[in-house]
Design a protein around this ligand. Structure first.
Ligand SMILES: [Zn+2]
Length: 367
């Protein structure tokens, strides 16, 4: 920490000079400092999307979401326990960009009466182009994994698995709603010039990443995204070129809520199920649930299944010994099911799920 005077209001306060930009706690001015010359420059393009939620509102929202996922909506309130909930105002560089992609590739002919794969006559060359605009959000935090779920918020509506941490702001901050939307304006349009008061009590995280890096990363993300989109058009992609025009960049603090919960089933399941903390991420503008883990995942069910069938197998084995050897066959069958369940449970990776209606359509330009 380092004591500096604010270039806007002249009040002295403590700053972490490792950060790229500093925020004055008195007048909310944002500025950069060159440590060699001591020169301070006020940074004007800093905004904040106000947090409109609070912890108790979020608790009932998440409970409501869990109830809807549950098969027996009545019983769930007593089975879910929210163990941790906290809000954060996280800085993002918002890169406005216009992107043109041209692609070319081979598509297999539908009419396969004459199969002639050797000469390649089975394929047609196709090409196309598309154009999209984004306000692409890049975290201004050095560690994108410091909060659960924040590192993978883009859920393309197309059949594409996002391999990048950036996301289109408009479609992300309008998805995952389980209640009526309270704010008719988009999160972007509701932004205010940065002032601490708009965080409404949330801790405001510092700005660690430079704007040049954000622009470079947003280009990389969109190139990857558009390459995946182009691949979906053809069987073999031959060429793909994306040209990106950067229209501007702003810094916006965005409100997020992170919660964890445990599920303690009241049914017989509880004897086989060890409660494990699961996570949920909600945006604090319209309360869209952006990412969340299911109370009992397929994987957990498979484990329960393998335990139950394991016990049954043992029982039939004992019955077979005591009573009639034909029961060994039943035990054998049980053993196969036990092994299969355990095998697939062990191989199943923990997956977070996609929630809500997918309103992820990126902004389209000119029809
Ligand atoms: Zn100040």
């Amino acid at each position: 920490m380092y004591e500096l005077a604010c270039p806007a209001c002249n009040s002295a306060s403590q700053f972490d000079i490792q950060d790229y930009l500093l925020m004055c706690p008195f007048c909310s001015a944002t500025f950069g400092i060159d440590m060699e010359s001591g020169q301070k420059d006020v940074f004007g393009d800093h905004y904040i999307v106000a947090n409109t939620s609070n912890a108790s509102q979020l608790k009932s929202l998440i409970t409501e979401w869990l109830k809807r996922l549950d098969h027996k909506p009545g019983s769930s309130e007593k089975e879910y326990f929210i163990t941790n909930i906290r809000g954060l105002s996280i800085p993002y560089w918002i890169v406005s960009m216009e992107c043109h992609t041209a692609w070319k590739g081979l598509v297999q002919k539908q009419n396969r009466s004459r199969i002639d794969t050797q000469s390649g006559n089975d394929y047609l060359i196709e090409s196309g182009q598309f154009k999209r605009n984004y306000r692409w959000a890049i975290s201004a935090r050095a560690n994108i994994c410091e909060t659960w779920g924040i590192s993978r918020l883009h859920e393309p509506k197309e059949d594409v698995q996002a391999q990048w941490d950036g996301f289109p702001l408009d479609s992300t901050f309008s998805r995952g709603q389980i209640q009526d939307i309270q704010n008719s304006k988009s999160a972007y349009d509701s932004r205010e010039f940065f002032e601490f008061k708009f965080a409404n009590g949330l801790p405001i995280l510092g700005i660690q990443i430079k704007d040049e890096e954000a622009i470079r990363r947003s280009r990389m993300h969109v190139e990857q995204y558009h390459l995946s989109l182009a691949r979906n058009n053809v069987d073999y992609l031959i060429d793909c070129r994306t040209e990106i025009e950067i229209a501007g960049i702003q810094l916006i603090h965005l409100p997020f809520w992170y919660a964890s919960y445990v599920y303690r089933p009241k049914s017989v399941l509880r004897h086989f199920y060890r409660p494990k903390e699961k996570n949920v991420i909600v945006e604090g503008y319209n309360n869209g649930i952006l990412a969340g883990e299911l109370p009992i995942q397929h994987r957990d069910k498979l484990w329960v299944n393998s335990i139950v069938s394991g016990i049954a197998t043992l029982a039939f084995l004992l019955l077979g010994l005591a009573w009639h050897p034909s029961l060994f066959l039943v035990a054998l069958f049980g053993m196969v099911i036990t092994a299969a369940s355990a095998y697939s449970a062990a191989n199943k990776a923990d997956q977070s799920i996609k929630i809500g209606e997918n309103k992820n359509e990126p902004l389209k330009v000119g029809g």
